[in-house]
Design a protein. Structure first.
Length: 219
């Protein structure tokens, strides 16, 4: 079974969490694109969506699903998004698509965070995937020096500008045994917008596409 088929199966399983007249949070990435495509079948049941990126916003609008400004919504039921890595505690690394700040904001507002991945994204310890950190451009080199002090090897993701007009440092060579502690430490560095560790707000439900179908875990 291909990785794309596994992603598609996980995305289809997530559609079961969409309730009638729902406002959805919708993330970004290849697995989420399958979820957005699946919304076509149930779009009449959806009141609107809050999107974490311009790319997802465009796809939702093309489908005729109203995209709401998060400032107009005080809460919504579920947020569906992927991850670059996820551990057994449902803590994640996100930001491979450079949408980590908006994803973290939308996740914070959602009552339930449903994470959809294929089984290549599940790990025992986070850090194999380089950790994205969104930074204010003028602070990039300062933040990089501070990240080296934490044991990482930051690399500027050149030719990448986030939807917020910022830059990304991808931090290699980390073995993240205490995600919550590292999330707090990196977020405290002046010039950091946010780090791609989702520990303080991890997933509530994890749907993994595997060779044998989907595996669902709940916190």
């Amino acid at each position: 079974m291909s990785q794309n088929t596994k992603k598609q199966n996980a995305a289809r399983e997530a559609l079961k969490y969409v309730e009638d007249n729902a406002v959805l949070g919708v993330g970004t990435g290849s697995t989420v694109n399958y979820f957005i495509a699946g919304l076509q079948e149930i779009r009449d049941r959806i009141r609107g969506a809050v999107s974490s990126s311009r790319a997802s916003t465009e796809k939702l609008m093309q489908m005729g699903i109203p995209v709401l400004d998060l400032n107009e919504v005080d809460h919504f039921d579920i947020y569906v998004d992927g991850a670059d890595e996820v551990n057994p505690a449902l803590e994640m690394i996100k930001g491979g698509g450079a949408a980590l700040t908006r994803e973290k904001i939308v996740a914070a507002v959602a009552k339930k965070f449903v994470c959809i991945v294929d089984d290549s994204k599940t790990v025992d310890v986070l850090g194999r995937f380089p950790l994205p950190v969104e930074v204010i451009p003028m602070a990039r080199e300062y933040v990089a020096r501070e990240l080296r002090k934490l044991g990482g090897n930051p690399v500027w993701r050149q030719d990448c500008v986030t939807d917020n007009g910022n830059q990304i440092l991808d931090v290699h060579d980390l073995r993240i045994t205490n995600p919550g502690e590292l999330e707090q430490a990196i977020n405290a560095i002046p010039g950091v917008v946010t780090v791609g560790i989702f520990s303080r707000r991890g997933a509530d439900v994890l749907i993994v596409g595997t060779e044998d179908g989907v595996r669902v875990s709940e916190k």
